[in-house]
Ligand binder design. Structure first.
Ligand SMILES: Cc1cc2nc3c(=O)[nH]c(=O)nc-3n(C[C@H](O)[C@H](O)[C@H](O)COP(=O)(O)OP(=O)(O)OC[C@H]3O[C@@H](n4cnc5c(N)ncnc54)[C@H](O)[C@@H]3O)c2cc1C
Length: 441
């Protein structure tokens, strides 16, 4: 049993094992572990006769809840430690509150990672159809939006309730308000020892499921990466992804939205683009941000699926006295046309007949192959995910167990496996949580 100062287990955890944080308790944004903090094992741990749990999971988000439910479903004694007062806050915020919980087709090419093939084993164990079965079993109404993306009709709360229900069924102890988590490992017998504001806990296995660095407002912290480094595991370079991009000079276009095709790092992505006060956003830009590296250019076609040059030549032949701007406004928002006109210096009221074929080709090129270098991203505060994380080289692709430390697992967004917009990140969270929950013994 967990040891705390002056309180009995049932008093602290309640009949169902759910503990809520005192609202007065201070929330720490990121748990910093001072160097050397783990050099000495805690003295009290050395005398433990039996571990409290078979498995301790750090983080009650998508991957942690899936992992805990899976392990508990196999009869293991499991506890989850979460620093927020409530579990699953990112799940609730996902998909604009409707949770794009998976995609009908999830493939390695939907991810960016130093090794995208790493995802294959987890996907084979837990394909989208497995999560869909669960959703259907729980009678959650869902619909397919574009490109195989599955969303809940009623809202993300239904997905969170599904996971909490499975955890409750497996008698998982879900302990919220767990601040200042520290971990150490005892060799003989092998035990993970966790100390936090709720007390001290021990388990034979530890799954770190504390997510990425984006959206600190929802509970993100760097604990998982600190723990990986503490156990000698490599963490790849991290940065915000699925994030709006910064580009000065388009403020007058803020609010304009249109379909666009973006080419980035040899990929072509098509979806809606939104001009913002800071630059560009919208699904196609969020997707492109996953593959964009700082300093690289993007090429944007603002008229995807149409060949503008022949259209302009045809218009010139049929309506020579029509202005270029009116002609373009047939296919593009007027605000965008007039801004492009100012930016690229076309005569404002120029009739089509006054433009040479070469000039029309340049106009077409500026709209269908607009190339520019974004100045950066809007950062972790606006990023749906973190690119990079615990190196896949350090983990078993089948179980997510650390090669250097038996019994220690890293799952979910914390791992260097980042998906496109479209349900891929939550699916990775389910699949990796399931793989670890199946493997722990
Ligand atoms: C606004 C938004 C919308 C999104 N929409 C979608 C979508 O529709 N579809 C999709 O596929 N993906 C979506 N994502 C991404 C997706 O939510 C994440 O990739 C996914 O939740 C990752 O799961 P995880 O378990 O790794 O991390 P999380 O779900 O973030 O869970 C990590 C948990 O660990 C806890 N934690 C962190 N630090 C500590 C600590 N120090 N001590 C204790 N606990 C800690 C956190 O509070 C959290 O509960 C969205 C993300 C955001 C931000």
């Amino acid at each position: 049993m967990a040891r705390s100062r002056g309180q009995g287990y049932s008093q602290r955890f309640g009949a169902k094992g759910f503990l809520r944080a005192s609202p007065k308790k201070r929330q720490t944004e990121a748990t910093r572990i001072s160097p050397g903090a783990f050099e000495q094992p805690y003295r009290f741990f050395c005398t433990l006769p039996m571990p409290d749990f078979d498995l301790l999971v750090l983080g009650a988000g998508a991957s942690g809840l899936m992992c805990a439910a899976t392990a508990a479903g196999r009869g293991l004694k499991v506890a989850v430690l979460e620093h927020n007062p409530n579990p699953g806050r990112k799940i609730l915020a996902s998909g604009g509150g409707r949770c794009n919980f998976t995609n009908l087709e999830v493939r390695p090419q939907d991810f960016r990672s130093a090794n995208p093939h790493f995802v294959k084993s987890c996907l084979a164990q837990y394909p989208p159809s497995r999560f869909l079965e669960l959703v259907k079993e729980h009678k959650i109404a869902f619909y397919e939006k574009a490109q195989g993306q599955l969303f809940c009709h009623q809202g993300a709360r239904e997905i969170l309730n599904l996971l909490l229900g499975l955890n409750q069924k497996g008698k998982v102890k879900l302990l919220t308000g767990a601040q200042e988590i520290q971990v150490c490992h005892q060799k003989e017998p092998s035990l993970f020892l966790v100390q936090c504001s709720l007390g001290e806990f021990s388990a034979r296995n530890l799954v770190v499921a504390t997510g990425g660095l984006s959206y600190r407002s929802l509970g993100a912290s760097d604990l998982g990466m600190l723990l990986a480094r503490q156990f000698g595991l490599k963490v790849t370079h991290t940065r915000p992804a699925l994030v709006p991009l910064l580009y000065k000079g388009f403020t007058p276009l803020a609010g304009v939205s249109l379909p666009a095709e973006v080419e980035v790092a040899g990929r072509s992505l098509t979806d809606d683009l939104l001009f913002t006060h800071q630059g560009i956003s919208g699904p196609v830009v969020l997707k492109a941000s996953l593959f964009w590296d700082p300093g690289e250019s993007l090429q944007v076609n603002l008229l995807p699926g149409q060949d503008l040059n022949p259209l302009l030549l045809e218009a010139k032949a049929s309506f020579p006295q029509k202005s270029l701007s009116k002609t373009l406004a047939q296919w593009l928002p007027e605000r965008l046309v007039s801004h492009w006109q100012e930016t690229f210096g076309w005569p404002t009221k120029g009739q089509l007949q006054n433009f040479s074929h070469k000039e029309l080709a340049l106009v077409a090129q500026s709209l269908s192959a607009w190339s520019f270098v974004p100045q950066g991203t809007e950062g972790y505060a606006k990023a749906e995910v973190t690119l990079g994380g615990v190196s896949t080289q350090e983990l078993s692709s089948k179980t997510l167990e650390a090669k250097k430390q038996p019994g220690l697992y890293f799952v979910g967004e914390l791992v260097d496996m980042t998906g496109l917009l479209g349900g891929f990140n939550l699916h990775w969270a389910w699949a990796s949580g399931f793989a670890a929950g199946t493997a722990v013994s």
